[in-house]
Design a protein around this ligand. Structure first.
Ligand code: SF4
Length: 223
């Protein structure tokens, strides 16, 4: 685990905005969703809301919906490879009622919620900076529900950086690394991990052991 830094002085405050299922603020993503809907009429193809109860002590922030995953099912990290390790680990550490997530199941997250920094499917899983910025007020709203003593777990650098900006801090001061840890506003902790994507898990960049080590720290922090 990297050294812990104390950075609890936001430099600027961003305005929150409640999630809107009809948001069309990013023209490129709206167009891409339209084309995905034509190719996959049975997919959700809309901004994907958080899953689990906001206000939980643990908020997990990923990148964006995947075409055949959250974009299809309407639930973050559900339907494709990225959710396999995440939901297994959540269950192992007592944050979920089952080790996997499927559309229409009765999975319950326990004191935990999962969301994405960008709510709409981006081409090639790569939102551009203006899209991350435009979607950030939704993230600000979600982050604002994490109580004192809570943990924000960012999966991947893009999510980490967007959380840092959403909290009014500078990414040059709050740098991303696997298992990096920072104290942030409201007596909360920002932990980060390599993203549990298919690429990262199949290349060994992120192993199950590495991911569980981060969740062990989450448990320590939450007591
Ligand atoms: S990515 Fe976010 S801001 Fe952009 S259209 Fe989707 S929900 Fe709206």
């Amino acid at each position: 685990m990297s050294a812990k830094h104390l950075i609890d002085r936001p430099r600027k405050k961003l305005s929150p905005r409640f999630y809107r299922p009809d948001c069309k603020a990013c023209p490129r993503l709206v167009e891409f969703l339209d084309s995905a809907r034509t190719r996959h009429p049975d997919y959700a193809c809309r901004p994907v809301p958080s899953f689990g109860g906001l206000g939980a002590s643990l908020l997990i922030v990923g990148l964006a919906p995947g075409l055949h995953g959250a974009n299809a099912t309407g639930r973050p990290f559900t339907g494709d490879h990225a959710g396999i390790l995440l939901y297994q680990t959540l269950h192992k550490f007592g944050f979920s009622s089952a080790p996997d997530s499927h559309p229409g199941d009765d999975l319950v997250l326990k004191n935990c919620a999962v969301t994405n920094a960008v709510k709409c499917l981006p081409p090639e899983n790569k939102p551009i900076a203006s899209e991350v910025n435009t979607c950030r007020p939704f993230l600000v709203e979600e982050l604002g529900t994490v109580p004192e003593g809570g943990v924000i777990l960012a999966l991947g650098k893009l999510a980490h950086d967007s959380v840092v900006r959403a909290l009014g801090m500078r990414v040059s001061e709050v740098t991303f690394g696997h298992a990096s840890e920072y104290r942030v506003s409201g007596g909360r902790t920002l932990l980060s991990s390599y993203h549990c994507s298919r690429y990262n898990t199949q290349t060994g960049r992120l192993t199950g052991e590495m991911f569980e080590s981060v969740f062990s720290r989450v448990r320590e922090l939450l007591g």
